[in-house]
Ligand binder design. Structure first.
Ligand SMILES: Cc1cc2nc3c(=O)[nH]c(=O)nc-3n(C[C@H](O)[C@H](O)[C@H](O)COP(=O)(O)OP(=O)(O)OC[C@H]3O[C@@H](n4cnc5c(N)ncnc54)[C@H](O)[C@@H]3O)c2cc1C
Length: 386
């Protein structure tokens, strides 16, 4: 994010401008109407934000996950829905950049292609590593896909879906195969508009596939290798960016709380809310939750950057640390800001609702605790299939 245009503004400046001029002003209405933030996504695409993680050989900047984390954090502070759309796009792009065709990578790099992950299914719930959807080889080299995907962010808006299925050949020994499925494939149906508790504009709806066919070349990586690919590409990206997302929401909640505490009309002359020691104590506890999350995220990014041996463990832990902190900070700020936060004007209740999404997104906090214990105890990461 350090590159400068001839006029001297950096990528950070451009992102700030888009957030101030496009993303933040639309956030309240995106949430209220539950509509996809198309204008924000388009502005980010034009500014090169959606394409920056693609490798330079396909026209991108090869930006590291640390840069993507800064983008997601800043977006999440303004509009959770926009941040989640970008987050899922970056996670899908991690797979596409490693295994996708050159033309799609170039389109992503140019900002002309929005992607997402279609992993979760009604049959397997949050256990995305055990898909039930099928892939069958047809005569003539085409593949038939059938599935009931339960949640796909940007489903009706994305140009492609990075799609999981059972392997074509059950004999591969793998649990999953990945496919690049165009968003407008005949037989693909996105469900009705998302009516969620939070992230109401992220367009995360069920998608069914009935006799969808794709060419055999749509396969991303080897048959049966999908889980290994997801664990090596999409998952680390998703986990780190989810932590950055939670941090962005926490920071904006704490900013709102600080403004409220220092600006509130004093209950007694000479004493603002910030003058009460119990209030300061409550605020400090929440501030600590955000600051420890930032320290943990920074350490996780350092493990990845330096290739440290504890990188896998940190990556598995960081979303759980951040998601639980965000839920606590959201609840705490709602309490600190009192009745004023309970109505819409402050934007605190919207952020509180957005803050609760991360812990139920797969891998959920419960799954990550299990993974953490398994990694620390030297057990296989995933349970053996029943
Ligand atoms: C806003 C949003 C956007 C999303 N976007 C996408 C997307 O783009 N792509 C995608 O693939 N998915 C997406 N998802 C889906 C998400 O990743 C999860 O798969 C989904 O939320 C799981 O919901 P469920 O009701 O099936 O949960 P369940 O699997 O039924 O789990 C319910 C609860 O039970 C717990 N639980 C489950 N199994 C166990 C166990 N063995 N032990 C202990 N506890 C357990 C879980 O941790 C969870 O808290 C999204 C979800 C949300 C909320």
């Amino acid at each position: 994010m350090g590159d400068h245009t001839p006029s001297g503004d950096s990528a950070d400046d451009r992102l700030d401008r888009i957030i101030d001029e496009v993303v933040a002003p639309a956030a309240e209405e995106v949430d209220r109407a539950g509509r996809f933030p198309r204008e924000s996504v388009d502005a980010l695409a034009r500014a090169g934000v959606l394409g920056m993680t693609v490798g330079p050989d396909a026209g991108g900047q090869g930006a590291p996950v640390a840069d993507a984390a800064r983008v997601v954090e800043r977006l999440a502070g303004a509009c959770g829905s926009t941040a989640m759309v970008v987050l899922m796009h970056y996670a899908a792009t991690a797979v596409l950049d490693a295994h996708g065709p050159g033309e799609i990578r170039r389109a992503v790099a140019k900002g002309a292609h929005l992607s997402t992950l279609a992993f979760s299914e009604s049959g397997s719930g949050s256990h995305f590593w055990a898909p039930l959807s099928t892939a069958v080889a047809l005569p003539g080299g085409r593949i038939r896909l059938d599935a009931d995907k339960s949640w796909v962010t940007s489903a009706a808006e994305a140009d492609s879906l990075v799609w999981s299925s059972r392997p074509l050949d059950p004999g591969t020994g793998g649990a999953m195969t990945l496919w690049l499925v165009p968003g407008d494939c005949p037989g693909l149906r996105a469900g009705a508009a998302f009516d969620g508790f939070g992230l109401r504009g992220n367009g995360s709806v069920p998608v069914t596939a009935r006799e969808v066919t794709v060419p055999a070349t749509a396969r991303l990586g080897a048959d049966g290798a999908g889980l290994d690919i997801a664990l090596a590409t999409a998952l680390p990206c998703f986990l780190v960016l989810s932590a950055a997302f939670a941090l962005g929401v926490m920071e904006s909640l704490l900013t709102a709380a600080a403004g409220r505490l220092t600006g509130t009309r004093p209950a007694h002359p000479g004493r603002s809310q910030a003058g009460r020691s119990l209030t300061r104590d409550a605020f400090a506890r929440l501030r600590l939750r955000a600051d420890t999350t930032r320290a943990f995220l920074n350490d996780t990014l350092a493990t990845l950057g330096e290739g440290r041996p504890d990188a896998t463990l940190r990556v598995l832990q960081v979303k759980a640390v951040a998601a639980e902190a965000a839920a606590e900070v959201g609840d705490g700020v709602m309490r600190l800001c009192g009745g004023s936060a309970f109505r819409r004007g402050l934007g605190v209740e919207r952020r509180f609702r957005d803050a609760l999404a991360s812990r139920v997104m797969a891998p959920t906090t419960e799954a990550l605790y299990d993974f953490t214990a398994r990694a620390a105890l030297g057990l296989p990461l995933l349970p053996e299939p029943a």
